[in-house]
Write a protein that binds this ligand. Structure first.
Ligand code: ARG
Length: 277
């Protein structure tokens, strides 16, 4: 049921995105009008930025869990990189703020934004009905699919085969929530992060790991002997989360996201980290 809701939400949002894109590209008005429109929306974003109140003055503080490639991860030298990091940096720039990244557990990253300890959580966060009760979300900037990773010789081939198996997930994620709903808490183990769950799979402590498709791909590639099932467990939309009622910041973020979508920056960032098959 939850999964269906997520799916419906997903298509509704995609439709509205498509509607946005459609009206812009089928607009027969002169390119002059289009560019002056773009310029004025740019002005709005920067104009608003001057008055934005943030957790740390002059900064856009983002809570995240940088163990989720290719959305957020650390480089060997300890820097942060990934789709969310680059998009957040581009949003911050539009708002005239300096991006500050606070790395923590995923559940803590959600709470930080909810409680106003960070300005926003950006961590491949799925929009769900439950989360919408406690925080506000920006427009969707990416899509995710809950995938199932198993050892190559596993007898698990479908979602239903997970029944009665030991399933590894990351604490606080939709993967954990869906699996406990569908297969019972006793069968689901929550790890600190996706990599730890995958290590448990390698060690035979769990029979499968349920995690978003992009990190699943990264983990499966780095761990020979594991494979991702073709079947999708759930389809989801990723968005930026802010404290409930922080409309000023949310509008500014949405304005920036729209500009970044229209000028192709968003796509360029995704292409940098995800190679099309
Ligand atoms: N999309 C999933 C969720 O929102 C998992 C996100 C985990 N993100 C992370 N950076 N660890 O629950």
């Amino acid at each position: 049921m939850k999964k269906l809701t997520a799916l419906m939400l997903s298509s509704a949002m995609m439709l509205s995105l498509a509607a946005c894109g459609g009206s812009a590209s089928t607009d027969t008005a002169s390119s002059e009008a289009a560019s002056s429109e773009a310029a004025s929306s740019e002005e709005t974003a920067t104009g608003e930025a001057a008055e934005l109140t943030t957790v740390n003055a002059g900064k856009l503080t983002m809570s995240t869990n940088a163990a989720f490639p290719p959305y957020e991860m650390t480089t060997d030298s300890g820097d942060f990189e990934g789709i969310d990091i680059d998009v957040a940096a581009a949003v911050a720039e539009k708002l005239g703020l300096e991006l500050q990244i606070d790395d923590m557990d995923f559940d803590a990253a959600l709470l930080a934004a909810q409680n106003g300890k960070s300005d926003m959580v950006m961590a491949g966060v799925t929009v769900t009905d439950e989360r919408l009760k406690v925080m506000d979300f920006s427009d969707t900037y990416a899509e995710g699919i809950q995938s199932i990773i198993v050892p190559e010789d596993s007898d698990i081939a479908t979602v239903d085969d997970l029944s009665g198996k030991a399933i590894g997930t990351q604490r606080g994620t939709t993967g954990y929530i869906y699996c406990t709903d569908d297969f019972g808490e006793d069968n689901v183990i929550a790890y600190d992060d996706g990599l730890t769950a995958v290590q448990a799979l390698n060690n035979g402590q769990v029979d499968a790991v349920v995690i978003d498709n992009a990190p699943a791909k990264a983990f499966a590639e780095a761990n020979p002997g594991l494979k991702i099932l073709d079947t999708a467990y759930a389809q989801e939309d990723y968005a930026i989360g802010v404290a409930k009622g922080n409309t000023e910041l949310l509008n500014a973020i949405n304005g920036a996201l729209e500009e970044l979508q229209q000028d192709g920056t968003l796509q360029a960032i995704v292409d940098k980290y995800i190679t099309a098959e």
